[in-house]
Design a protein around this ligand. Structure first.
Ligand SMILES: C[S@@+](CC[C@H](N)C(=O)[O-])C[C@H]1O[C@@H](n2cnc3c(N)ncnc32)[C@H](O)[C@@H]1O
Length: 229
């Protein structure tokens, strides 16, 4: 095969190959996706290869306490909860009570319910209530993109030096490179990335992704200076 620009057919085939080879079938995760579809939720959970990336980042960093902003039906939450030890904790924040109920059932069915604490409410209201708790070792930001900079600020405050921070959907089908965008989601994404580039509390990079969810990207950051809770 010669090198060429990816077409949807080729990159979807590569994603399927990676997922089949490295992720494989997973009845609990598949049931979680089915439950959220049945409840009419949008198809916006992370792709399987991305869920496994979160899982591996949590394990590689030895995370015991994980914070997620944006639960949806619990798909990424299950991946994260499987990565923490028995006495670990995933705190996940979800604004929609109906989504949280579906997530609760799927997370419990997957056998990791004892490690997952779902906080219902908007991130901006729930995050301040977590101040004073033991610091989080990994933070996954995947909610309203307009609030990414706010969530990153809280990630530094609620983390510690060494906390891993992951921000999903930072490529947005290429729209993130458009400085003149009028999309509030893209503007929010750009503000979050600007913060990661400028704020001395973080060292960060971002990778484009082509997976089951299309062309997007993920930012990965490390907290390198303490934030104030
Ligand atoms: C992209 S989905 C999360 C997907 C999930 N992380 C996964 O990969 O399986 C975004 C979720 O964030 C929730 N959300 C939107 N705005 C929010 C806010 N201000 N605070 C908390 N959750 C919010 C939405 O209701 C939705 O369930």
């Amino acid at each position: 095969m010669t090198a060429h620009d990816p077409t949807p057919e080729t990159w979807r085939a590569v994603d399927r190959y990676f997922a089949d080879t490295l992720v494989g079938p997973d009845p609990d995760l598949e049931a979680a996706v089915e439950a959220q579809r049945a409840a009419g939720m949008p198809d916006i959970e992370v792709a399987p290869v991305n869920g496994k990336l979160l899982h591996l980042l949590a394990r590689m960093s030895g995370a015991r306490r994980v914070l997620e902003i944006g639960t949806l039906g619990g798909y990424s939450t299950i991946w994260l909860a499987r990565a923490v030890p028995e006495d670990g904790r995933v705190v996940t924040i979800e604004a929609e009570p109906d989504n949280a109920a579906v997530a609760r059932a799927s997370i419990d069915r997957a056998g990791v319910g004892g490690r997952v604490d779902i906080r219902i409410g908007r991130g901006e209201h729930v995050l301040p209530t977590l101040a004073g708790e033991e610091p989080f070792d990994l933070v996954f930001i995947d909610a309203d993109k307009e609030s990414n900079a706010l969530y990153l600020d809280w990630a530094a405050r609620l983390g510690r030096v060494g906390t891993v921070v992951v921000v999903d959907n930072v490529g947005r089908g290429g729209a993130v490179a458009d400085a003149g965008t009028t999309s509030s989601q893209v503007i929010g994404t750009r503000k979050g990335l600007a913060l990661l580039g400028e704020d001395p509390r973080f060292e960060a990079t971002a990778l484009q992704t082509l997976d089951a969810k299309g062309w997007d990207g993920v930012a990965i950051a490390l907290v390198v200076r303490p934030g104030e809770a």
